[in-house]
Design a protein around this ligand. Sequence first.
Ligand code: SF4
Length: 417
Amino acid sequence: MPAGPAAPPLGLYVHIPFCETKCPYCDFNTYAAIESLMPSYTRALEREIAGWGAWLGGPALTSIFFGGGTPSYLPTRDLARLLRAIDAAFAVAPGAEVTLEANPRDCERERLRAIRRAGFNRISIGVQSLDDQELRLLGRRHDAAGAIAAVDAARVAGFDNLSLDLMFGLPNQFVASWEHTLAEAVALAPDHVSAYALTLEGGTPMEADVRRGRLAEPDGEIAAEMYRLAIDLLAGAGLAQYEISNWARPGRASRHNLAYWRNEAWLGVGPGAHAHLFDNGMASLGALGANGARFAVVKPPRDYIRAAAAWEPPAAPVTRASLAAVPFLDTVEAVSDATAMGETMMMGLRLNEGVSDAAFAARFGKPIAQAFPEALTECLDYGLLCWVDGSLRLTDRGRMVGNEAFRRFVVEAAMAG
Ligand code: SF4
């Protein structure tokens, strides 16, 4: 579907809520043993995609991201059907980044070739660790050899934009073993690496094991040392840090995730997916206003399938009221000026490029110093932030305690709002 000349781009997130098994640390909206829902799920998702495309006027997409869950666990023919539905409903920009998150166990060469042929041009492989004992602790389905074979298969299948997901700060993890994982990962020559410290989420089996003393609590100081090691080793391998937890070769930063961190507009489809649409020049979104609305899809896959499978988008313009009537949306919230400014700071400061004062002023009508006089002064005084070429950035110290800096901006925004 052609986009009008004025239609600005959107990122599209597609949620795939299936996993073969549930990892003990995971609190994502994903489920094991519901494979029988895959066919009806794919049909409902096709319907939702077609509906949004029609309602929004077929805007341009510069990035598409299939996340989960385990998107690679969905049959390849269903992945291809979903990409065709997206192509029919939206104007996928030439060269758009199209990412699939993949579990190493799903990465057989022929399967990946078919996935590449279907139109995915970026693969993000959930390696997490290259130590078998740690992988068992994490409840992962693969071993280190399987992860290495998956990377090899992805390269042979034609993926020249390949990311590895790694985790550190695990219970009982030694710095030496993290160093081994980093060295092995670097040897695989990835284009991109995401490395996150384990977060013990309430309600997960791993959090319960730690709380009951069955598993050692991860040590924050050791995790900080591991983080510093990642910064050094990945930089030494030509992967430049561009976000608190992300590194890339030149030109390989994740365009889809950059849109989140720059607080741009995105659409999310599938159960539990979030979206933030605002009037960024798209004719059909004028009624949403400059800060627009944020909304979330219902989480249970069965509820989602029931509500989305027969959805017809309304003829009415996209407004908060018409969004609230969409049967598969769980929440729809207006975004205030204060919230939009606070989130722009919170997300943008995660990036090494920081937040441009000129871009902030162009979007919100005032410079950062006027919007956040107290947070800015405090963070500059404590050496957490600095100005570089007109952009506000985290210092090295600020990067180690990022949440502390972000919190100040969000608190001041909440007080102003
Ligand atoms: S594979 Fe990923 S999404 Fe699935 S349960 Fe494990 S961590 Fe969660």
